[in-house]
Design a protein around this ligand. Structure first.
Ligand code: CP
Ligand code: NVA
Length: 302
């Protein structure tokens, strides 16, 4: 059986991803008109969460329900996973009962193991290394506001983290130029960067990275699991706030995105995130529509 998983954006081809964005926009229109669209009647999604979530949990749970299916929220605290049952065993059992599995966890290798032993599609709902679902929503949002992202310039400001890695993969799949500005010592993974060739440029100067850019994106300085580094990171990232000054060197029509949750006046000034160039609420809402397109794609594949 040829099961398709979504562990990183690179699991889907350029054409498949383009198709997903198109379908997400269509599904959103139907939803806004109040029209039922239920290609996943009777399907069940198991959702494993080993880290906190608001957007990802709600968008998957509401999304599968709107598509005619249902979801099970599985916190590691309440399942045998939290008591040390191997992920491979969990995967065999769960996938014999549900039609798809999402997992949010720490090590990316855990998601790979889950997929290896699963007889149903596995979706990465965030690991320490990647957050591919967020990128579907981000690309949908850019497309709705500014058209095709191909050949545009995108700037990532801040940590070379899971979101940054998924932006690098998005640059490869959607063919845009990605400038990354991070403090020394917080660069993204070298192999992930190498894979993108000359689509990605890394600098330690946010102003150089943001110049004439069409989209500025940032994220928290300390991700989930790095809470004890918060104070050190606040010092190290001091010059990496996205604020009016930084936005002023970007293209005049530049958009601002943040996957949320955000810390106002840390990684982004309140006036930028709450300002006119910010599309963070559309971006958050699009998690719902983009993941519905993803669920339909993976769960109806023969
Ligand atoms: N952006 C995002 O994944 O949000 P949650 O952590 O609330 O799911
Ligand atoms: N980089 C952040 C993203 C949260 C959605 C984290 O991993 O905590």
């Amino acid at each position: 059986m040829n099961i398709r998983h979504f562990l990183t954006l690179l699991d889907l081809s350029n054409e498949e991803l383009q198709g997903l964005i198109k379908q997400a926009i269509k599904i959103k229109t139907l939803h806004k008109k109040g029209e039922l669209y239920q290609p996943l009647k009777g399907k069940v999604l198991g959702m494993i969460f080993e880290k906190s979530s608001t957007r990802t949990r709600v968008s998957f749970e509401a999304g599968i329900a709107q598509l005619g299916g249902s979801a099970l929220f599985l916190s590691s605290r309440d399942t045998q996973l939290g008591r040390g049952e191997p992920i491979a065993d969990t995967s065999r059992v769960l996938s014999s009962m549900v039609d798809g599995i999402t997992i949010r966890t720490f090590e990316h290798s855990k998601v790979e193991t889950l997929a290896r032993y699963s007889s149903v599609p596995v979706i990465n709902a965030l690991t320490d290394l990647y957050h591919p679902c967020q990128l579907l929503a981000d690309i949908q949002t850019f497309t709705e506001h500014r058209g095709n992202i191909k050949d545009k310039t995108v700037t990532w400001i801040g940590d070379g983290n899971n979101m940054c890695h998924s932006y690098i993969n998005a640059a490869i799949r959607f063919n845009f130029k990605l400038n990354i500005a991070c403090p020394k010592g917080y660069e993204p993974d070298t192999n992930i960067v190498k894979n993108a060739g000359n689509l990605v440029a890394i600098t330690h100067d946010p102003f150089e990275a943001a110049e004439k850019s069409h989209l500025l994106v940032t994220d928290v300085w300390a991700s989930m699991g790095q809470e004890e580094e918060q104070n050190k990171r606040e010092k190290d990232f001091n010059n990496f706030q996205v604020n009016k000054n930084l936005m002023s060197v970007a293209d005049k029509d530049a958009l601002f995105m943040h996957c949320l949750p955000a810390h106002r006046d840390e990684e982004v000034s309140a006036e930028v995130i709450d300002g006119e160039q910010s599309v963070v609420w559309d971006e958050a809402e699009n998690r719902l529509h983009a993941q519905k397109a993803l669920l339909e794609f993976l769960l109806t594949k023969k």
